[in-house]
Ligand binder design. Structure first.
Ligand SMILES: Nc1ncnc2c1ncn2[C@@H]1O[C@H](COP(=O)(O)OP(=O)(O)O)[C@@H](O)[C@H]1O
Ligand SMILES: [Mg+2]
Length: 217
């Protein structure tokens, strides 16, 4: 196991020159960790996930992931790195409602240039949706839609899963199904970084970090 799998150094993000969303964050996440990130609304959780998830660039400081200084990558390199390393799961589903579960995963594969229907079916089977492949995503329950998103995030077997309040829109039962899946993925060796307001969920992690005013404690 490599030390310092994900590291941030003095990571700072200032929006529009005024809002300091991240304030000199120094963070180390080891390979195979499950890190739960909590904290009040507006404290910078999503901003931190976006930096580690390679969706956005910091104003200052750096992010190193698996030995790569991602802050040095240009936009194309960053996108490629993200596709290979990181699976993203959001609170909102961002599924295309009039496409089926299978088609939604295939579309994501298209962006990875590896469209393979069998692999898509395998990913959906893994999240327990074998019998829902051809359902339009608008006809799936909230929990099932979130499971499609997890299947989609698993394309390319990313080492890191970044989830921003993945159960935020789900009832208790569906939330549990989604969390059980994430827990299985952790056991398989994926490194997990999850934002949650739910203490029970946070406690499943081996590290709980609290964000306040752009700082991590
Ligand atoms: N794209 C943006 N442009 C300007 N300000 C933003 C943007 N995204 C977030 N912010 C601000 O940065 C701060 C942190 O936001 P965010 O990271 O979304 O917090 P959290 O996820 O903890 O609720 C907030 O003050 C928010 O209003
Ligand atoms: Mg947020």
């Amino acid at each position: 196991m490599k030390a310092g799998f994900i590291q941030t150094h003095n990571l700072t993000k200032v929006y529009d020159g005024i809002t300091c969303a991240l304030d000199n964050v120094n963070l180390t996440i080891e390979e195979g960790d499950w890190v739960s990130l909590t904290g009040p609304s507006g404290s910078g959780k999503t901003t931190l996930l976006n930096m580690i998830g390679c969706l956005d660039k910091p104003t200052d400081g750096s992010v190193v992931i698996d030995g790569t200084l991602v802050t040095n990558l240009n936009q194309n390199q960053l996108t490629r790195f993200r596709r290979e390393m990181i699976g993203l799961i959001f609170q909102q589903h961002y599924l295309i409602p009039y496409l089926t579960a299978l088609e939604n995963v295939l579309i994501a594969m298209y962006y990875h240039s590896i469209v393979d229907e069998n692999e898509a079916i395998e990913a959906l089977t893994k999240v327990g949706l074998r019998s829902r492949l051809n359902h339009k995503s608008s006809k799936l329950s909230g929990g099932e839609q979130q499971r499609v998103c997890i299947a989609r995030a698993l394309i390319n077997e990313p080492k890191i899963l970044v989830a921003d309040e993945p159960t935020g829109n789900l009832d208790q039962k569906n939330g549990q199904v989604v969390m059980d899946l994430i827990s299985d993925l952790h056991k398989e060796g994926h490194t997990i970084l999850i934002v949650t307001h739910n203490l029970e969920i946070a406690k499943q992690g081996n590290k709980i970090l609290q964000m306040v005013d752009g700082k991590v404690s």
